[in-house]
Design a protein around this ligand. Sequence first.
Ligand code: NAD
Length: 492
Amino acid sequence: CKLNTQNLYQISKQVAVPQYNRSSIKASIVHVGIGGFHRAHQASYIDRLLHQESITDWGICGVALLDFDIKIYNTLKEQDGLYTLIIKELDGSLTKRVIGAIVEYLFAPNNPLVVIEKMASPEVRIITLTITEGGYNYNEATSDFDVNNPLIKYDVEHPQAPKTIFGYLTQALKLRKKRGLLGCTIQSCDNIQGNGDVTKKMLLSYVQLAEPELTEWIESNVSFPNSMVDRITPATSSLDIANLKEVSGIEDGWPVVCESFEQWVIEDNFITGRPAWETVGAQFVEDVAPYERMKLRLLNAGHSVLGILGALMGYSTIDEAANNNAISSFLRIYMDTEVSPLLSDLKGVNLEGYKKSLLQRFGNEYIKDQIDRICSESSAKIPIFILPTVYAQLKRRSSIAHAAFLIAAWAIYSLGENEAGDNLLIKDGMKGLLYEKALLSKKDPKVFLEIASVFGKLKESETFVQVYTKSYQNIVKYGVEKSILTMNNKML
Ligand code: NAD
């Protein structure tokens, strides 16, 4: 039957449903960007929290900010904010749960003032965001706010009908100040290094343009905690929707699928209070940076390794690459010999267990994460995920063999063909330049390292250039798999 409040009892005979009284829950969190990840991560933590009897705060008001979001808005509206979370376990079994944490939902383009009023209302204490990296409006090269974005100019001129998150937040905070209300917390849950710091910097840059007299009030009344978020959430497929209906009899217009692993490490900096997320699995720490470093250099770097090597070998999903023995032992050796020595001990984290679970997660054949998605924008990812490891290893005169091999593979990948001669779908803002340099690298591999906005001064390291060049030649001569096997055998 159709998923909605009225049918919940019927549905509860098939899958777990919210056991709390949703109509008594106050929406004191506004969340912007009710895409797959928010619904698999934060909303699922909140759903568990709301099962604690005493809690009636901390429901979520979901905001869809873009015109494009009309479909998810309509779906949630028809389903009274309910949706099914389908967790794909490692053994292929599915754990399904109806999530009730989103108790209100607003579509901003239809009525921007209602969204501004909601964000400014006294009951709202936290505004959370998953608006993707692109939503933060920063210039990749300078890391500054992009003041030339026409949407930003539009928002400055139309404060009552903004189009970007910055227009909304600024007007809501202005109202809070005017009405003598408390400030609030603005918490980014996007995959960005220092996501709270970036949000603050970008918002204050916008405020300087639009409402400069608000700056001081924000500095003292709004907090921006950093956080590290993790749960692999691929896009929902029509097959997922059909299976849910067939197996559990639930007609859900937009369920969310994800892996069972979840992690949320948060800086405890909530100026007007927060939910006890630690009671449902989140971890509060003073400094998120080392956790983030571990995740970026192991999980995200691991994704790049599997994606680039896997693409060259003709695979199309991450699990296929992770289940190739040569690639998986390459990744394991990379993690152990080049990354782990640089990571400090972290409270609550068993590094060995973390790496082991990563390999299992990558290998989950039910998740089917697309290699094209993982390799997209590698020119922005490699400098964050891989190169810091290289610089640090060079400094301590330790191995860079696997990282150099990966960069060599990336140079060959950038030619746009896999080893069987089939076209690769490369989505990258620097695609043209990458191709140009990749072509010249066929004669002289180190030309690829001349892309300064990616590699900085790496080409000046003789050690790196030597190992990289040798790897490049090996891949051309023997192919990825054979080259890796030779390397692995030497290491084992
Ligand atoms: P999605 O495509 O399902 O949803 C994206 C959401 O972002 C939509 O609600 C959309 O309206 C909103 N959005 C996009 N651009 C925006 C903009 N300019 N302004 C305001 N809102 C905007 O994607 P998702 O899987 O939910 O991922 C969203 C983000 O979550 C990622 O970019 C990443 O930072 C983070 N994340 C995702 C995963 C994952 O596995 N999917 C894991 C960790 C973190």
